[in-house]
Design a protein around this ligand. Structure first.
Ligand code: 5GP
Ligand code: MN
Ligand code: MN
Length: 313
């Protein structure tokens, strides 16, 4: 069994009493928002739930309820028996880091990535949904699970951050309907966007230097922007937004953010208006969506950049 229906998912959840809930490493707004909302929903269903992420949680998400309940892998070494490992917003087993080793329970996966490798025992995959948060909101609606104000805020943030606050091509009528459900349940769009999009003076100062790294290729249809080690030390996990600076250039189809993880490993974020960047990231062992993908290249940043440029269509 891999792909499962909504009814099979419901059945599996109703049979599980103790659930370990996780999301992908480098957690983004969709991962964190989906997990916090589903945590609350499952608690309301009488489940025993533990949230764990094999990474640090970016500070900007601390305004959401239950963030303090997210545990590290180290804190989960002596867990009581687990009935289900529930993985949200992660498309491969590797993307959950060391969480997979914490228990041997059946793995269920709720996801929206076209590159999903079907690693789970039960996969509820909706590739036409803009965010895992959109799937969670849809499940709550269909199952008549009440959406509290804190769930609404978490899910609105999840949905909004994965579709560029409703600007990207993955935004559908259903995306907006699910966001509307969140707002009706108490989500505050202005507060969420102010919190998520807020920048410090230090970050803006750094952005001036980062802008100097912008380069254009292929008649300016490709643009790159770079974060070196010094920049990464200042920014920590919070590198969202840099790729949008070049994505918004009128001639640009493919926008590439290169992040120096260290002297020999480069993290890459790809965004596009037309080209299938999931296919490009896949060539380097990554994946994601047709218009937004990522990968890690085991090369220093300048060489990783050239390796990427070489394979572009
Ligand atoms: P981001 O550039 O924001 O890190 O990621 C963009 C999209 O690509 C997200 O949906 C993310 O889950 C996916 N993605 C990023 N990096 C990787 C990776 O290394 N492997 C896979 N399979 N997907 C990735
Ligand atoms: Mn994500
Ligand atoms: Mn997502």
């Amino acid at each position: 069994m891999s792909k499962i229906s909504i009814n099979q998912l419901h059945m599996a959840l109703s049979e599980a009493n103790s659930i370990l809930l996780t999301v992908h490493v480098h957690p983004d707004g969709d991962a964190i928002g989906s997990m916090l909302a589903f945590y609350e929903a499952l608690l309301a269903q009488g489940k025993k739930v533990t949230m764990v992420v094999d990474d640090s949680i970016p500070e900007k998400f601390s305004f959401l309820s239950y963030v303090d309940c997210i545990k590290t892998v180290e804190q989960c070494q002596d867990l009581d028996p687990i009935d289900m490992l529930l993985v949200l917003d992660a498309s491969t087993y590797e993307r959950i880091g060391q969480v997979g080793a914490l228990c041997s329970a059946p793995i269920f996966n709720i996801d929206h990535h076209i590159s999903n490798t079907e690693f789970a025992d039960g996969l509820y995959l909706k590739t036409d949904f803009a965010a895992t948060g959109e799937i969670i909101a849809d499940l709550c609606k269909k199952w008549n699970w009440p959406m509290t104000e804190s769930m609404a805020n978490a899910l609105y943030m999840a949905i909004a951050t994965d579709c560029g606050f409703f600007k990207f091509s993955n935004t559908t009528a259903n995306t907006l309907e699910m966001a509307a459900l969140c707002v009706a349940a108490g989500a505050r769009p202005n507060q969420i966007s102010e919190t998520i999009e807020a920048v410090s003076a230090e970050r803006l100062t750094l952005t001036k230097q980062v802008m100097q790294t912008i380069e254009f290729y292929k008649d300016s249809s490709v643009a790159t922007i770079e974060l070196n080690r010094d920049a990464m030390d200042i920014l920590g996990d919070d590198t969202d937004g840099f790729v949008d600076i070049i994505r918004n250039v009128d001639t640009v189809d493919i926008a590439i953010l290169l992040k120096a993880q260290n002297d020999s490993i480069t993290r890459v974020s790809l965004r596009s208006k037309r080209t299938d960047v999931n296919a490009i990231a896949s060539q380097f062992g990554g994946g994601g969506h047709v218009r937004a993908s990522g990968c890690t290249i085991n090369l220093p940043l300048p060489e990783a950049k050239m390796a990427l440029i070489k394979v572009l269509p």
